[in-house]
Design a protein around this ligand. Structure first.
Ligand code: PLP
Length: 460
């Protein structure tokens, strides 16, 4: 018998047990970190055990300490579940254990990555010539694309970053919307660009084109990068790309779009208008582990000028020594990397174009259903214009909203995130899981209704 048989059988059995429990188990974890440490045993054993025993101990000791993020009743952060095709394909990635940095070393993975890349560009309505890098998430996709952008605007200004570094070169100005995701700032920090200049946004968090124009006009001439957003985590709204991209390009800027979850609106004929004009940018970041429901971790960095990406991330590090064919390792920060394209291919092959559109529309439909049902509950206000997958609720005062967040967590039916938006505390519902059903939504609406009724007594 293969040494892999028993450990994989044990893992298979426990994985099915876990997935089967998601329908009914409470969403929050039921055990603390300390309890799981005690169940696992903190001491390094002097002697080992058969692999299947280690796997069984891991699964049994961890179970109560796992949060049901893959449950159809989980609406926290912006998370997404795992589509069955993507999960099964991800198991194969580990079994195959390909180092996927170089094309010809693993023809099968390169074929899968080529196809998955072109499908993603097609679905998202992005230029077919773009390079696609498979990263760990949107944070790294933002970082990777912004590295290409930083180097490109400096190159245009006559400065070769790869040779000279940043010091002594022209300052790069970066403009971001006031409600960009925090990870954009992190990416800029990694890149040595410091804190960005902040542009005013409207009531849904969208960059105001007139404010962008003013900020670009007032700034000193020089290299500029503008970071826009598809999918505000509170409102779900996207920036007005037609106007903002035209303005930014007129000022010579590199335009990057952070579309971690919101870019997938482009895959649905019914929601595509939300991101109209997005294809005019120079680079885009999105996640496969959110809307597309691929298991963690999986992001996509997309850059129109493949040579610019290769110059920033490639081992050669120069714009003019571009290889005929961009190697996978030339498009991401890592040299060695797992076969991240495989689960992306699998979910796209399984869903097809219609299935991806239907997935996006179903998530948005559930968000609408939440807003519609909760709007009628006394004491509950829907704070944002619900246009995509995000719903923010207020409960009359910050104290009441925080109390709702606490009580919902204790109730366990669902997980929704407490947050602050536009000067008030909100409860944020992010619909991102392919498996959420209308019944899940109803159960969770009931839970919010129940808790909202309890907190009416809390002084506002
Ligand atoms: C989630 C998110 C990110 C960060 O993505 P990770 O995959 O967690 O690295 C960036 N921007 C937006 C808008 C997001 O929603």
């Amino acid at each position: 018998m293969s040494p892999y048989s028993r450990p994989l059988e044990v893992a298979h059995e426990h994985a099915l047990g876990w997935l089967g429990s998601l329908g009914e188990r409470p969403v929050p974890a039921q055990a603390s970190i300390e309890q799981v440490v005690a169940a696992l045993g903190p001491d390094l054993p002097e002697r080992g055990c058969p692999p299947e025993e280690a796997v069984a101990l891991l699964a049994e000791a961890s179970d109560a300490g796992l949060t049901a993020m893959g449950s159809g009743r989980f609406f926290g952060f912006v998370i997404g579940g795992t589509h069955p095709a993507a999960l099964a394909a991800d198991w194969l990635v580990s079994a195959w254990d390909q180092n996927t940095g170089l094309r010809t070393v693993t023809p099968a993975h390169s074929a899968v990555e080529d196809i998955a890349s072109s499908w993603v560009l097609d679905l998202l309505g992005l230029p077919a010539e773009s390079a696609v890098g498979f990263t760990t998430g949107a944070t790294m996709a933002n970082f990777t694309a912004l590295a290409a952008g930083r180097d490109a605007v400096l190159r245009r200004a006559g400065w070769d970053v790869a040779r000279h570094g940043l010091s002594g070169g022209p300052a790069v100005r970066v403009l971001v919307g006031a409600e960009r995701h925090d990870t954009v700032d992190v990416a800029l920090r990694y890149l040595g660009l410091g804190a960005p200049d902040v542009v005013d946004v409207d009531d849904q968090g969208r960059v105001r084109p007139d404010a962008l124009e003013q900020s670009l006009t007032e700034g000193a001439p020089g290299p500029v990068v503008v970071v826009l957003q598809a999918g505000n985590i509170h409102s779900g709204a996207s920036d007005p790309f037609v106007e903002t991209i035209e303005t930014a390009h007129r000022h010579g800027a590199w335009v990057h779009v952070d579309g971690a979850f919101g870019l997938w609106a482009a895959a649905s004929p019914a929601y595509r208008h939300l991101v109209r004009g997005h294809e005019g940018a120079d680079s885009w970041a999105t996640d496969a582990h959110k809307t597309l429901n691929v298991p963690y971790d999986s992001g996509l960095c997309i850059v129109r000028d493949a040579a610019a990406l290769q110059a920033a991330m490639g081992v050669q590090g120069a714009y003019l020594v571009r290889d005929e064919v961009c190697q996978p390792l030339d498009k991401v920060p890592e040299l060695s990397r797992r076969g991240r394209a495989v689960p992306v291919w699998a979910v796209l092959r399984s869903l097809g174009r219609d299935g991806v559109a239907e997935l996006v529309e179903r998530l948005c439909g559930h968000a609408d259903a939440f807003a519609g049902a909760l709007r009628t509950v006394p004491g509950v206000t829907v704070v944002n214009d619900v246009v995509f997958t995000q719903v923010c609720l207020g409960f009359g005062s910050d104290e009441r909203t925080d109390e709702v967040v606490r009580r919902l967590l204790a109730d366990g039916t669902t997980w929704m995130t407490g947050s602050s938006w536009h000067g008030q505390r909100v409860l944020r519902i992010s619909v991102s899981n392919w498996s959420t059903t209308e019944d899940d939504v109803e159960r969770c609406v009931e839970a919010v209704r129940r808790v909202a009724g309890e907190v009416v007594g809390v002084p506002a």
